[in-house]
Design a protein around this ligand. Structure first.
Ligand code: ADP
Length: 507
C-alpha cells in the first residue's frame, strides 16, 4: 500500500511550534490601529484565567484582512511573541488535498495541539484557499477530480467551523486568520460567533512607511546620512514587505560596492533595481546621445527647481537624474512627490507649472542645440500636449466652459466642480473615478487653443532657462561626468550660479 506508514493527519504545524515567535509589536509599524485593537488579545493570552474569573468572554476568532505584504502574518506572530505563547501557523492551501478526510484531520490535529499547549495562537494564512464559498456537496459535475476536491474542501471547512464553535471548551486558544480576498469567504465563516473581529490591515501611509523603514534599517548598517523620510515620501503604495526588501537589496548593493555601511547611493540603486530593473550593461548611448539625454533631463529638472524657487510653484521637484540605462529606459528622472494634500487640490496654476516642467526638456535642447529635437524631448512634448488638452477640456480650467467629448456612459453626468487627481494622475470626483474621456473630440478650436497654450508656456520656459544658462550648462556637465545628479546638487549649482551668470565664470 502506497500510503502505508504515512500519517496524513499530523499537521505540518507541528514543525512550527516554538516557545515564542520572538516577534514583538515593536517590529510592526504603520498599522497602529490594528495593533491597538490586538493588544487586548495579548492581555487575554497572558492571563486567560483572569478573564474567565471576571466572566469576560474571550474573542472567538479574529480575521485580518488586507493586501499581501502589509504585515498580517507579522502582527499575528507579534501577538504570540508579546504573550510568550506558542504559535501554530498553517496556510489555507496546506489543508486543501484531494484525498478525502486529510484536510479535516489536519484541522482537528492543529486545534488539538493548540489546546494541549494553551494558551496559544492558531494562525491560518490565506484562509480563502480553504474557506471559499461552499457550492453544496451535491452540485453535479462530470469532472471527477473536481468533485472530489470540492467535496474535500467543504469537509475541511465544516471541520473548521466545528472547531470554532467548540471553542468554549478550548479556552486559552486564540484563532487568527488572514485573507486578502474576504469577498471569496464562505458566509458561514463570517457569521458572528466565528470571527468576532474583522480587522483591516491597510497599506502604510507615508509616516507608516517611514516607521517601517526605520525598523528594518535598524537591523542593518545604515549610514546616518541616509534620509529615510524622503524614501517614505516618494514610494507611495509600497507595502511593508516591499520596504523590507528595499533595505535588504540596498544592503546587498553596499556589500557589492564594498561600502562600510549603506549609503544614499546604495538605497537609490536598490530603488531602481526594484522598480525599473537592474542596470543594462549591453546597451550604451554614445557620448552624443548621452549629451542629448542629459540636456533634456536637466532641462525638465531645472525648470521644476526654478519654478519652485522663483515662482513659489507647487510642483514636484527633481530628486535625482540618472543617465545609466536600466530595464527599458535610457535615463530616469525621479521626482520628489508633493504631500498628499497638494495632489488632492491640484489647481490651474499647479497644472500650468507642471506643463512648463514638461516643456523644460525641449526648451533646454533648443538653448543648447537649436531647433532640431531628439527622441527624449519629443516624449516630454507629447506628455505636455496631452496635459494641455486636459487642462483645456477635461478639467475645464480655461474658458470657454466647454466640455469636449462624451462622458463615459456609466458615469453620472460629469461634474467639473471638484475634480481631484490621484497619484497616478487619474481623475476623481465625488462619485469615484472618472476615466478621462479618451475619445474626446479634438475639434479645431481645442487643437488650436492647446497649441497656443503650449506655445505660450514654452516661450516662458525658454526664457526662464536662458536666464539660468550657466546653471543649466553646469548641471549637464555634472550629470555627464557622474552619470547621476541629485536634487541637492542642482540646488547647490543654482546657488552658485545665480540668474544671468556670465558664462566665462563657469569653471
Ligand atoms: P502578509 O501576511 O500581510 O502578507 P507579512 O506579515 O508576511 O505580510 O509581511 C512580510 C514581511 O514584510 C514581514 O516579515 C516584515 O519583514 C515585512 N513587513 C510587512 N509589513 C510590515 C509592517 N507593517 N511593519 C514592519 N514590517 C513589515
Amino acid at each position: 500500500d502506497l500510503w502505508q506508514g504515512i500519517d496524513f493527519s499530523r499537521s505540518k504545524a507541528e514543525a512550527r511550534v516554538d516557545g515564542s515567535t520572538g516577534v514583538k509589536f515593536g517590529d510592526v509599524a504603520g498599522i497602529d490601529e490594528a495593533v491597538e485593537e490586538l493588544q487586548e488579545l495579548v492581555r487575554y493570552l497572558k492571563n486567560p484565567e483572569l478573564f474567565d474569573k471576571m466572566g469576560i468572554k474571550p474573542p472567538h476568532g479574529v480575521l485580518l484582512e488586507g493586501p499581501p505584504g502589509c504585515g498580517k502574518t507579522l502582527v499575528a506572530k507579534a501577538i504570540a511573541g508579546e504573550a510568550g505563547v506558542p504559535f501554530y501557523q498553517m496556510a489555507g492551501s496546506e489543508f486543501v488535498e484531494v484525498l478525502v478526510g486529510v484536510g479535516s484531520a489536519r484541522i482537528r490535529d492543529l486545534f488539538k495541539r493548540a489546546k494541549v499547549n494553551k494558551p496559544s495562537v492558531v494562525f491560518i494564512d490565506e484562509i480563502d484557499a480553504l474557506a471559499t464559498k461552499r457550492q453544496g456537496i451535491y452540485k453535479e459535475s462530470t469532472d471527477h477530480l473536481y468533485n472530489a476536491a470540492t467535496q474535500e474542501r467543504e469537509t475541511t471547512l465544516n471541520q473548521l467551523l466545528i472547531e470554532l464553535d467548540g471553542f468554549d471548551t478550548g479556552k486559552g486558544v486564540i484563532f487568527l486568520a488572514a485573507t486578502n480576498r474576504k469577498d471569496l469567504l464562505d458566509p458561514a465563516l463570517l457569521r458572528p460567533g466565528r470571527f468576532d473581529r474583522k480587522i483591516r490591515i491597510r497599506p502604510p501611509s507615508a509616516k507608516g512607511r517611514h516607521d517601517i523603514l526605520k525598523i528594518h534599517a535598524s537591523k542593518v548598517k545604515m549610514s546616518e546620512t541616509v534620509d529615510l523620510s524622503s524614501y517614505a515620501q516618494n514610494l507611495p503604495g509600497w507595502t511593508g514587505a516591499r520596504l523590507a526588501q528595499l533595505i535588504q537589496e540596498a544592503a546587498l548593493v553596499a556589500v557589492r560596492k564594498q561600502h562600510n555601511s549603506i549609503l544614499q547611493s546604495d538605497m537609490d540603486d536598490a530603488v531602481d533595481r526594484l522598480t525599473v530593473g537592474p542596470r543594462r550593461v549591453g546597451i550604451e548611448l554614445g557620448y552624443q546621445g548621452q549629451c542629448r539625454r542629459a540636456t533634456t533631463e536637466v532641462g525638465v529638472a531645472l525648470t521644476s527647481h526654478l519654478l519652485r524657487r522663483y515662482e513659489h510653484a507647487k510642483v514636484e521637484c527633481c530628486d535625482r537624474i540618472s543617465i545609466v540605462p536600466r530595464g527599458q529606459t535610457l535615463s530616469q528622472l525621479v521626482f520628489h512627490r508633493l504631500d498628499d494634500e497638494s495632489y488632492m487640490f491640484e489647481r490651474r496654476p499647479q497644472l500650468l507649472h507642471r506643463l512648463q516642467v514638461l516643456l523644460g526638456g525641449r526648451a533646454a535642447e533648443e538653448i543648447i542645440y537649436g531647433r532640431d529635437t531628439s527622441r527624449a524631448s519629443v516624449d516630454y512634448l507629447a506628455d505636455a500636449s496631452w496635459l494641455a488638452r486636459k487642462i483645456l477640456t477635461i478639467w475645464n480650467l480655461e474658458n470657454p466652459m466647454v466640455i469636449h467629448g462624451e462622458p463615459p456612459p456609466w458615469s453620472k453626468p460629469v461634474r467639473f466642480v471638484g475634480p481631484r487627481l490621484d497619484f497616478e494622475g487619474s481623475l476623481y470626483d465625488d462619485y469615484g473615478l472618472i476615466e478621462p474621456p479618451l475619445n474626446f473630440k479634438l475639434d479645431d478650436q481645442v487643437a488650436q487653443r492647446s497649441e497656443e497654450l503650449v506655445h505660450t508656456m514654452y516661450i516662458k520656459t525658454v526664457s526662464l532657462l536662458r536666464r539660468h544658462h550657466a546653471a543649466l550648462l553646469k548641471s549637464i556637465k555634472v550629470l555627464l561626468d557622474k552619470q547621476e545628479i541629485s536634487g541637492e546638487e542642482i540646488d547647490f549649482i543654482l546657488n552658485k550660479y545665480p540668474p544671468q551668470t556670465p558664462l566665462h565664470l563657469l569653471e
